[in-house]
Ligand binder design. Structure first.
Ligand code: S3P
Length: 426
């Protein structure tokens, strides 16, 4: 795709539903009793993979007029799939479903695309095996495809070596079925959407600091869910608003759960002109509209506990840092290397190709801001977050940019280019 520079970005946009919450609403809806009606479901390829997996396990899921209705089967009502379950590009689908499959009365294979087959699954195989699960990497390389045969499980106390909501959620979902209590402690708090939704669906779950504990649960009960807009999709418009001159953009109804909203803290630290309006704390997931204007950004250090709360936004923050005065250091973010792509290496490579001063480190990047970006021929390497980040970079660069694999935005934001075009002033 050829992308040209923009003068500014102006107007308002409603970003699609949160990807993490959309996945969980289908998963919990499927293993709950009764009906779960999901409003604002993200119709991206990743969440559609989750729907498809549960349909293959006998769950009736309707998707009509913007509402997804899941006719739950109860905790023990899933049936054996007759084909391998295809998780596509989705790590969340693969890891969270593994936790559920570990306790079913059947055997299933989980697989996915080339990227999924390279991502680490040892991080869920280890704790689920400790619970008694029979889960194997078919090629014995610690990656999908996984063969999972349901077994009776027992609760564990697990000290997770990574702050990962996918790992935590896989264990908690298995914990619904496990005898006794299952406890996960993380080095830092990761997103807590699973815990919030499990509670909403009637599970016996509690959290204390970075520890979540669930007890074996007799039944979950379906409920109505309204999915807030995804802050991980909002970040692209927020960044464009900050780095392009004469810009003002209102991003409506964005989820600002504190375990997800590290971006807001970092934007503040960088001097961004970002205001939260219409804050709503009435549901289990808080929301706000984000009003963003052109900003004089300055460098900052991004590290420690804020990292898991903004892990998917870091590629875009690296772009913002190129337009900030001074140095920005991103550290403690080695997890970026095992996302849909190696996001440290590829963000650094693409930003450098556009003229930025970026040094890749073992666990992040060092960016010296202030060098103007120029158009370049770059690739998103089939990573949706790279595609959207570099579409924004192209708007703020001089000259045109050729972006390969631009269409992979369909993973999390199918209408991204349409929404962007509407806001751009050229
Ligand atoms: C997600 C958790 C994060 C995030 C991913 C979605 C989730 O991954 O990067 O896009 O829905 O639980 P990790 O748990 O591996 O950090």
């Amino acid at each position: 795709m050829k992308l040209s520079p923009a003068k500014s970005i102006r107007g308002s946009v409603t970003v699609p539903g949160d990807k993490s919450i959309s996945h969980r609403s289908v998963m919990l809806g499927s293993i709950a009793r009764g009906t779960t009606e999901i409003h604002g479901f993200l119709e991206g390829a990743d969440c559609l993979s989750t729907i498809s997996c549960f349909r293959h396990m006998g769950v009736d899921i309707e998707n009509k007029n913007g509402v997804v209705t899941v006719h739950g089967k109860g905790l023990h009502g899933l049936s054996a799939p007759s084909v391998p379950l295809d998780c596509g590009n989705s790590g969340t689908t693969t890891r969270l479903i593994s936790g559920i499959l570990a306790a079913q009365g059947f055997s299933a294979v989980l697989t996915g695309d080339a990227s999924i087959q390279k991502r680490p699954m040892g991080r869920i195989i280890t704790p689920l095996s400790m619970m008694g699960a029979d889960i194997k990497s078919i090629h014995e390389n610690g990656c999908a495809p996984l063969q999972i045969t349901g077994k009776p499980l027992s609760g564990i106390c697990y000290d997770s070596p990574v702050a990962s909501a996918q790992v935590k959620s896989a264990i908690l979902l298995a914990g619904l079925y496990a005898e006794g209590e299952t406890r996960v402690t993380e080095p830092q708090i990761s997103r807590n959407h699973t815990e919030l939704m499990l509670k909403f669906f009637g599970a016996d779950i509690r959290t204390e600091g970075s520890t979540a504990t669930v007890r074996q649960t007799p039944e979950l009960y379906g409920n109505r869910i309204t999915v807030p807009g995804d802050i991980s999709s909002a970040v692209y418009f927020a960044a464009a608003g900050m780095i392009l001159p004469n810009s003002e953009v209102l991003i409506k109804n964005v989820g600002i759960n504190p375990t997800r909203a590290g971006l807001l803290t970092v934007c503040k630290a960088m001097g961004a002109d970002l205001t939260l309006i219409n804050q709503d704390h009435s549901g289990s997931e808080p929301t706000a509209d984000l009003l963003v204007r052109s900003s004089s950004l300055h460098g900052t250090v991004i590290q420690g506990s804020v990292i898991p709360a903004m892990i998917d936004e870091l590629p875009t923050v690296a772009l913002m840092a190129c337009f900030a005065q001074g140095r920005t250091v991103i550290k403690d973010a080695a997890e970026l290397k095992v996302k849909e792509s190696n996001r440290i290496a590829l963000v650094a490579e693409n930003l450098r190709a556009m003229g930025a001063d970026v040094t890749e480190t073992d666990d992040g990047m060092i960016i010296d801001g202030g060098r103007p970006l120029h158009g370049a021929s770059i690739s998103a390497h089939k990573d949706h977050r790279l595609a959207m980040t570099f579409a924004i970079a192209a708007l703020a660069a001089e000259g045109s940019t050729e972006l390969q694999d631009a269409d992979c935005v369909s993973i999390s934001y199918p209408d991204f280019y349409t929404d962007l075009k509407r806001l751009v002033r050229s």
